[in-house]
Ligand binder design. Sequence first.
Ligand code: XMP
Length: 510
Amino acid sequence: MNQRVIVLDFGGQYKELIARRVRECRVSSEILRGSTPVDELKRLAPIGIILTGGPDSVYRDGAPRCDRSLFELGIPVLGICYGMQLMAYTLGGEVSPCQTSEYGRKSVSADADAPLFAGLSTSQIGLMSHTDQVTRMPDGFRTIASTADCANAAMADVKRKLYATQFHPEVENTPNGTAMIRNFLYNVCGAVGDYDIAGYRARMVAEIREQVGDEHVLLGLSGGVDSSVCAALLAEAIPERVHCIFVDHGLMRLNEGDEVEAAFVNRVDFVRVNAEQRFLAKLKGVSDPERKRKIIGEEFVRVFEDEAKKLLAAHGNIRFLAQGTIYPDVVESGANESATIKSHHNVGGLPKDMMFTELVEPLRGLFKDEVRALGRELKLPRALTERQPFPGPGLAVRIIGNITKRKADILRLADAIFREEVGRLRVKPDQYFAVLTDTKSVGVMGDFRTHGYTIALRAVKTTDFMTCEYFPLKHDLLGRAASRIVDGVRGVSRVVYDVTGKPPATIEWE
Ligand code: XMP
């Protein structure tokens, strides 16, 4: 059994990032609700507990609280932001509104002798985002960091192994944040670093088996990295009882349906459903991006239901739907407190009245690069694990405005040309594709005027797909791709390159 750290969630948007940083430090992590009883925590015997941030104020009635006994278990605790305030408040300190709220990267002056900052210099940068702060520390604590506006930017009771930071060590904007978390794990909690992706695989396999018992599972397989890794994990956990359904909605890239079929047909129980007409009929005349996503999300499930009914005679009712949902899908679909950026088809796009009553989503806590590492661990071919992501709704979110088969055919060809050109690069962008905009423009071919679509090319650099920078493709490549597209794809008269990052844009255009 691995050592583990429990992340107690008080509603902060960074809980998965905290859990991820712990995993990066080779310690297993698990997120539990802030209200988890202390007895339960004791039973789980973590080597450390981390309290997340959260939007509330500790002194407000009804704010999430924790029991004082949490701090008396002898288990080291690290409180972050709201977690720090909660620790102070619960142990008899005082938390008050800030004179000046602090947002953004701030200079932090840290006590390099404190175990949390071991090996780091006294001058640090920390991401601050708070309107309350600890104004009086509980007995036994001392200040171990401060900023210009926050006297107690971090505090510690070394004897009781209680630590807290007002800033967020889990985000990239705190450059030495991971080092601070590592210090907490190794210098305070006594971590030995026994976690790796192989351990995660074993844990996921055990959890899948426990969740589904001896029942059968239907898996929505798109051939993308996430669902492929999910399929491999399920195939290991319940080899005879996972049925993979690949829905070709007619909005796949050029030849992709056949490629996905070839990659999986002999590996897992695989059914391909050609549903182009069904999807295009539902999408006819729809141009609102969120509606498109919802329609596609629902139609996927309806096709899965039809397939599950076919399996009924052989395996009984299938209650479980497995999906390769990963963490960014969950956040951007507006789970918990976050705002809906776009309803990823497999989260916000699921219909309420589906026949599947339970979801199996083993990758829900992982980020893309971790999913790829798991795929490599599962010995999936590199062609699958290193694939660039392709969204479930496919070209539907890359055809701006209403969707027709003709538009999908135009985009497929333009996209294939662009991907072929970029595919020759030694260092490739993390995601690159073409978009069919709804802007037509005038061109000239031979002696004739044309009036065709504008294709936008997009290529981005990112690791987590939650933020990105545009990839600086060379002009000769762009020029070559543009002329091949305009010459070779009827209906296109212009090609442009998207040079926006995320934020403020998103990676997909819709
Ligand atoms: P955005 O456009 O939100 O994309 O910046 C972030 C990453 O997610 C992919 N994406 C999706 N994947 N279902 C998916 O499976 C979806 O509905 C969806 N929307 C966006 C996108 O391709 C990028 O990699």
